[in-house]
Design a protein around this ligand. Structure first.
Ligand code: CU
Length: 335
């Protein structure tokens, strides 16, 4: 599952009921600690998702850490992270769940965390904490969809380009209206570096960020990683992709070469989908949910590219492959 690969330890504990309030039902608390195990070497981020658990209370322990990350093949960068990777691990909950956040700043400068899926006063939950400090807050996930979580400490542009973001998925109460065989999460973001080749570790380039001159535009933190390691599905599979755009600045014009989206939920609300969509823009700081099917009679066995159709950005790394079945040839695509 996602958790094992990304280094999440999941502990489910039954809530102790007191003698005064002994109820027949037994709510569960699920505790997930980010950054507690080794990250995979390649791909650097596992896109395939596991379902959310049934626990009504979900607690996430999130350490903020400085970490060396690989943003393109052979290109390392000293990033600021949630849990040691950029993006940080996925937070997945269900509509109505109580989400508890326990944030610890193990890094060398002040940081914070901003949950776009939360309705909560920012001065309370999203305040900046100093190194060694911690912060606890909770919110009820009321609105289904795919949302961005990011550091909101000024300058936000800097904290985002350093890697401080992760996705949160809120599944609708009762589940999504369409049953699928596989689910994936894709987070688009930009890196602005000087150096940034295999010989020289990348350094943050603030001026390039202000000028919108991205060095890399990436899916899940590393340029072209899913060209080397395609997402794999079977012929006939119906697939759901949760696409979150961390920016900090560009829009993602999300498209899959060789198929059409049956449903796009622009704001993640399952009850007003668009149908038969070729490309849908996901704004910086936004998310959308995409569904398609790789059925034998149409988009069957073969190779498909997922891209931002802003091709200057795809050329900088925001392209990956979906391998359906066992096609003869995976490499050598025109995209
Ligand atoms: Cu920060």
């Amino acid at each position: 599952m996602q958790g094992k690969i990304l280094g999440i330890v999941v502990i489910a504990v039954a809530l102790a009921t007191t003698a005064a309030v002994r109820l027949s039902w037994s709510p569960e608390v699920q505790v997930t600690a980010f950054g507690s195990a080794t990250l995979p070497a390649s791909p650097t981020y596992r896109a395939e998702l596991a379902p959310a658990s049934g626990a009504a209370v979900k607690e996430f322990r999130i350490p903020i850490r400085d970490a060396t990350i690989e943003i393109a093949k052979g290109v390392t960068y000293t990033g600021w992270t949630f849990g040691g990777s950029a993006p940080g691990p996925v937070v997945r909950v269900r509509q109505g769940d109580l989400v508890r956040i326990r944030l610890v700043n193990e890094a060398s400068m002040p940081h914070s965390i901003d949950f776009h899926a939360a309705r909560i006063p920012m001065n309370k939950a999203f305040r900046t904490i100093l190194p060694k400090d911690s912060l606890a807050f909770e919110f009820t996930a009321r609105d289904p969809g795919a949302y961005l979580v990011h550091c909101g400490t000024p300058p936000v542009l800097l904290h985002l380009m350093q890697g401080m973001y992760l996705p949160i998925i809120v599944d609708p109460k009762g589940g999504w209206p369409v049953k699928v065989d596989k689910e994936f999460v894709i987070v688009q973001s930009e890196f602005y570096v000087q150096g940034g080749d295999s010989a020289l570790q990348g350094q943050a380039n603030w001026q390039r960020a202000l000028d919108r001159q991205a060095s890399y535009v990436v899916f899940n933190g590393r340029a072209f990683q899913y060209q080397e390691h395609p997402l794999k599905v079977d012929v006939g599979d119906r697939v759901r992709l949760f696409v979150v755009n961390a920016g900090p600045t560009f829009t993602s014009d999300f498209h899959i070469v060789g198929t059409v989206f049956d449903n796009v939920y622009p704001d993640g609300d399952p009850w007003h989908p668009l149908h038969s969509v070729q490309t849908w823009g996901v704004p910086a700081g936004g998310g959308a949910v995409f569904e398609t099917v790789f059925e034998q009679a149409a988009s069957g066995e073969g190779t498909y590219a997922f891209v931002t159709h802003a091709f200057a950005d795809a050329a900088k790394g925001a392209v990956g492959l979906i391998q359906v079945g066992s096609p003869q040839q995976v490499a050598g695509m025109g995209h």
